[in-house]
Design a protein. Sequence first.
Length: 326
Amino acid sequence: MRQSSRILLASLLLICAKASADDMSAEALLQQMQSAVSHQNFELSMVKARQGRLEPIRFSHGVIDGKEVAHLSYLDGKTVEYLQRQNEFTFFENTHEPYTLKGARFPGVWSTLVKMPLPRVLESYDPVLAGRSRVAGLVAQVVRLVPKETDKYGFVLWIDEQSHLLLRVDMVDREGNLVEQVLGVDLDRQSAPAPWLVALVNSKLPEALELEDAYPAPQQTLSWHLTWLPGGFKVLSQDRHQLVSTSQPVDYMMLSDGLVDLSVYVARVDPKQAVRQQLIRQGATSLVSYVNEVGVEITVVGEVPAETAKRIAESVQPLTRNAAVQ
C-alpha cells in the first residue's frame, strides 16, 4: 500500500509539473532559458549539422565567485576555441593571434539565441509553443520563433523542462524545411564549476579591447543607402576600409535584427574581369554578389534566404542621382 502511494504521489507531481509548464507562455520559457544559461554549472556536447557536414562542439559553463566563465570549442579539425570571463571574450582561431574583446559574444546560432536581446527580437518574431519532445534523453518544451515576414528563416528551440537549458536549435525556411541544426547529444549538469574552468579564471590572456578599439575606423557617411531591408533590421556600423586579403577599398555596412547579422560590401570593380553574379550557400549562410551596370560590385553575406540577400543587394542606391560609390 505504501509503495502504491509513492507511485501515485510521483505521478501527481509529474502531472502538476507538466500542467505548470503548459501554463507558461512561450515568451516566459525563452526568458527562463536565458536566465538558466547564465546561472548554472554545466557542460553541453552538441553537433552542428549543415549541408551534410557534422561539426562536434562542446560548451562548458560555470559561475565562479558570482561571475560567468564559459568555454566553447570545436572538437574536429584545427583548434578553434573561445573563452568568456564575465563580459570579456577571448578568441583562439587558427587564422589570427588570440585576442580579447569586451562585450562580444560567441559565434553560432546556439550562442546567439541564449544571449539575444529578447524584447527586440520579439518585435519581428512571434514565439509559439509547439508541444513536447525529447532531446539527449531529456523531456523538452518546444518553442518556435516564427518570423513575422517570410523573408527570414524561422527557429525551433528545444528547452529542457528541468534545467531550462537550450538543447537543440533548428533553423527552417518558410516551408519548414531544415536549413541548419545544432543538436545537443549530452548534458552534464554539475553542482560546482569544473576545476579546469576555475583554473582559467586567473590565466593570462590578451588585454581586452573595447569593440570600437578593435575596429578603429570611424563611422562614416557612405554615398549609398539601402532602399529595402527585412523588418526589424537596423544599421549597427558603417565605414570605408581595405580588405585584408586584397587591399581593395570597400564600403561596409553591418546590420542586425537582434538575432541575425548581415554584412553588405560595396566596391568598384572592372566589369570585364569580375564575376557578374555569384551565389554561395553554406547551411543558413548565403553570399550573394553581383556587378551592376556601372561597375559596382555589391555583396551581401548573412543567415538569410538567398532571395532576401539578393533583394537587399539590388536595393543599394546612391544617395542622390549624381552620387557615385567610391
